[in-house]
Each structure stands twice: as structure tokens, then as C-alpha cells.
Design a protein around this ligand. Structure first.
Ligand SMILES: [Zn+2]
Length: 373
């Protein structure tokens, strides 16, 4: 019997906030769980509660003294200047908050578990994962740990060697590239906004390192992303013939997101996941960025639908609309008068447009070496 896709989630994300003014004050994973259940898409047999990873398990990549400092900061709910300086804890982007260890350790535990669940093949969805900026001994860019790195290491530990990592978050995955950028058994592809923090990931197509970075200009539309999907993402991953595909599906490249200037609809995300499903015997889909509570909830629920072959109804049933109507986006103008389709639909209207020369130029630059061979 074909194995059904599994959903790794946790109640720890519900009500957890990085603070009143932090972009991660909004609910995300809880919305996906509630919406999926309201649609009848998340029966108990496919829901896997995420375990919380212990520091010893995280030490396969993170430094022990950093992990000690993170645990201690949660317990004390404060950090010294020395800890802030050395580990990046207690900063505006990585603040002290009540679950500052337990929440990322739960997301990391989910990614470690995903590697185990996928040993024999299958599909796992872990929307709380995707914290791609975490460094071995430093909190970075809202990330305290790096669960995508831990997922890849867990897959390897369970005998899965060749891994393709695709990242479509608006930001470059500097932490993941730090881990696997020079690993030819790990294909890395990132599409991210040019000149945006962390400003790594300049245009690159390195067939030796198997690292491909495709920075894109503000305003990236669905037509441009479709071309990138067809010309870069699908062929590179197919040719690599991976044992597993890991997709970081940050939704901050969607037009309504406050943290980027890209202009995709959520159809772009679903089309990419759909296109990669048949390529490898194992698929792990992670979340990532996404800071508009409606955009991220609708996008990531739609992805769970794609993984299961569910069609979203044109107009959401009342219980699903209720989940979306209950969301608030305090402190952001987008929260003042949310348009009705944020409550009544899962899928955005397509945002197609002209394919700009910067896009074809970047595609050619990334594929240059590959095409010449
Ligand atoms: Zn991001």
C-alpha cells in the first residue's frame, strides 16, 4: 500500500511569539493545522507530534557551548552582554522569549524525526521546519537552530546519501550553504531576492560544488518563477537523481509578505512542490519565512493539499473561513482591511507578467557551465 504523506506538527507553536514587534509574532503552523483540520485534510493517522530534540542530538551540528547558552537563556529569560555578543542571543532579530529553546528544539526534533521516517521512502510535511539561517554556534535571522541541516544529517544517518536541497524562501539559506555548500553529494539550489539580507548567495552555478544560487529582482512574478522552475529547478534536480529532495518552502516571496519585495502568488509554491513530487523516492517539505498570517497559512495549507492530491474548494467552507477570520495582524497596515479572498479562498489569483531580462540573464548565468558541457 502506498504510504500516505505525514504531517509533523506541535501545539508549542500555538500562541508562541518572539515579542509584540517581531515579525514572528503572528501564528503560522497553528493556522495550517487548524485550516487543514477544518478541511478534513488532517486525520489523526497522518499527524505526527514533533518530539523536542535534546541538546545532545542537536550537537551533531551545533556547538555544545552555544546549546548550553541557549538553554540557559530560556531558563533565565535574559542574557549577559557577553552571551549576546558571542552567540547572537537576545538581539532584536533573535530575542529572549519564553520558548526560545523549546520551540526551535521542537522544530529541530521534527526534522531529525523526518530523516528517520523517510528512511524507507515517502513524503513528510514539516511546516515548522525551514530555519535556514541558523549557524553552528550562533543565532541568526530569526533562527536559533538550523533544522534543515539537521534533516539532511538525519537522512544521511538513515542511509540516504544524495540529497537535493531547494530553497524558495525570499532570503538566501546562508546556514544551510555553510553546512553543505562544498558537499557534492548535496545539490543546493536557492532562489532569493537580490541584495536582501543576509546578502550571501550571489549568482552562481557551480557544477563541482553542486551549488546554484539564483538571486532575483524585486517584483518576481509567477511567469518568471515558472521559467525558473522549468529551466533550472526541475532539470537540475532530475539530472542529479537524488535519493531525497528537501524543499524549504518559505512563503515570504509572496506579494503580501512584509519582509520581501517579491510578488509571487501561492500558486508558484504549489507548482514547484507538484513538479518535484515524482522525482525522488523521498520528499521532505519544510516551511521557512512567511510573515503575513493569512498568506503563510493559506500557502502552507495549500501545499499540504498538493502533497495529498486534495483539491481546495473554490470557496472555503465556513469552519475554514472561521480560522482565517480569527487571525489578526497587529502593527501592520496589511492587517487593517484584509481583502475578502484572504478569508474565503486558499489559492491566490495567478500573478503572471512579463519575464524580465534580469531573470533570463540570471538563468543563463546559473546554467552556463551546465549548458556548455
Ligand atoms: Zn525568508
Amino acid at each position: 500500500m502506498e504510504k500516505r504523506p505525514l504531517f509533523i506538527g506541535s501545539e508549542i507553536y500555538r500562541g508562541s511569539t518572539y515579542g509584540d514587534w517581531h515579525p514572528l509574532r503572528v501564528p503560522r503552523v497553528a493556522t495550517v493545522m487548524d485550516l487543514s483540520r477544518a478541511l478534513g485534510w488532517l486525520p489523526a493517522q497522518v499527524y505526527v507530534p514533533s518530539p523536542r530534540a535534546k541538546p545532545a542530538a542537536l550537537a551533531v551540528w551545533h556547538d555544545a557551548d552555544y546549546l548550553d547558552a541557549l538553554v540557559a537563556a530560556e531558563a533565565a529569560q535574559s542574557v549577559t552582554d557577553a552571551v549576546r555578543e558571542k552567540f547572537g542571543l537576545g538581539t532584536p532579530s533573535n530575542p529572549v522569549f519564553s520558548e526560545m529553546y523549546r520551540r526551535p528544539a521542537t522544530a529541530a526534533g521534527g526534522s531529525l524525526l523526518a530523516g528517520e521516517l523517510l528512511a524507507k521512502g515517502g513524503v513528510v510535511y514539516h511546516p515548522a521546519g525551514g530555519t535556514h539561517h541558523g549557524m553552528p554556534a550562533r543565532a541568526n535571522g530569526f533562527c536559533y537552530l538550523n533544522d534543515p541541516v539537521l534533516a539532511v544529517l538525519s537522512l544521511r544517518r538513515h542511509g540516504v546519501q544524495r540529497i537535493a536541497y531547494l530553497d524558495i524562501d525570499a532570503h538566501h539559506p546562508d546556514g544551510v550553504e555553510h553546512a553543505f555548500g562544498d558537499d557534492p553529494e548535496c545539490l543546493m539550489i536557492s532562489v532569493h531576492e537580490v541584495d536582501r539580507w543576509p546578502r550571501t548567495g550571489v549568482v552562481e552555478g557551480d557544477t563541482t560544488r553542486q551549488t546554484y544560487n539564483l538571486p532575483v529582482p524585486a517584483g518576481l512574478n509567477d511567469s518568471e518563477m515558472a521559467l525558473i522552475r522549468k529551466e533550472v529547478i526541475v532539470p537540475l534536480i532530475s539530472d542529479f537523481a537524488p535519493d531525497a529532495v528537501v524543499i524549504q518552502c518559505g512563503s515570504d516571496a509572496i506579494e503580501e509578505d512584509p519582509q520581501s519585495r517579491l510578488a509571487l502568488s501561492n500558486n508558484a509554491h504549489r507548482a514547484i512542490v507538484q513538479a518535484l513530487m515524482p522525482i525522488s523516492p523521498r520528499l521532505l517539505v519544510l516551511g521557512g519565512g512567511g510573515y503575513n498570517p493569512w498568506s503563510v497559512g493559506r500557502c502552507w495549507t495549500g501545499i499540504w493539499g498538493v502533497l495529498n492530491g486534495y483539491d481546495a474548494p473554490e470557496v472555503l467552507p465556513e469552519p475554514a473561513q472561521k480560522v482565517l477570520r480569527a487571525l489578526r495582524f497587529e502593527g501592520n497596515s496589511r492587517g487593517r482591511n484584509p481583502p475578502d479572498h484572504w478569508f474565503t479562498t486558499l489559492h491566490d489569483a495567478p500573478r503572471s507578467g512579463p519575464v524580465r531580462q534580469e531573470i533570463t540573464g540570471a538563468i543563463n548565468a546559473v546554467l552556463g557551465e551546465t549548458r556548455r558541457r
